[in-house]
Design a binder for this molecule. Sequence first.
Ligand SMILES: [Zn+2]
Ligand SMILES: [Zn+2]
Length: 349
Amino acid sequence: MLAVRLHGPRDLRVDEIPDPGRPREGEVLLRVRAVGICGSDLHTYRDPGHLIGIQKSPLIPGHEFAGVIEEVGPGVVDGAGRRLNAGDRVAVDPAQSCGQCEMCAAGHPNLCLHLHFCSQFPDQGALCERMIVPARTCFLLPGDIDDASAAMLEPLGVAIHAVNLSHVRPKDTISIHGTGPIGLLILQVARLRGAGEVFVSERHPWRLKLAERMGGVPLDPAAGPPAEQVMNLTKGRGVDLAIEAGWAGELVQEAADAVRPGARVVLVGIPEDDRLTVSHATARRKGLTLVLCRRMKHTYPEACELVRSGSLDVRSLVSHRFLLSQAPEAFALNDRYERDVVKVIIDNE
Ligand SMILES: [Zn+2]
Ligand SMILES: [Zn+2]
């Protein structure tokens, strides 16, 4: 079968590899239908050693995905306890927690001490024709959620978790720093939870426009520092909470500068240099609570319902679609942030 594998920095190839074999107990064989490219995939694409340690073999990227079950192991049920059969369409949670460790027992599978994750060494990702996945990481899809939207349930789960961590209350004013796919989903989830004005800082104009269409108040990058604009627009008070959802870096300081004293600042983005940089004085004088978002937990059923019911728009984020064999082209485009890219979906023919 075909698989897209990373052999080194920006060296992505379409390779012929052996089929994954048959599912054992607790597993299903999935025919992958759609895979979204995530910012974290781009990190790995640029620097494969950065997240996966010593790379012993080529890595298949991709962790936002959905597919059709081709074959099931004995007695398998999905993450919500529903029986799975061949032909079922499912979205897959790429995280496989152990269910046994201290963190899992405490209800934090996202912090599992023995976590496996699709596309993080030694586990392979979803940019291939078929793969074996644990049945409990699958979630049955209603017929009216298409493949691309189903792949979007994964980043939507991260957005839901980030908003949960923000403790947003109705009418709270918010600033979101960085509105790539995750930021745009955070914006929509926050508004569904009754947030007041949501200010949006984003350097790519087409993404800022999309954020405005989704109800955000855009901050013009040409009109001075975004945090200053937030201060002016809130009459010097600052917003009730801020969420950083870009590539961290200077956006963390921007978020800290935009909030009122006593606020929460949720950090979702992953910085290229692996450093968290914020003025200690700002954080201390304002008595800020900095919350780091680690993946997500228990979000698939809610994400699925939000999309099925039409409460939330994931389709407008899908800017480009490529076939599996065109994945190298898709990554190159996303890496260069060209052609109004928001979310790239890779479809299996
Ligand atoms: Zn992701
Ligand atoms: Zn665990």
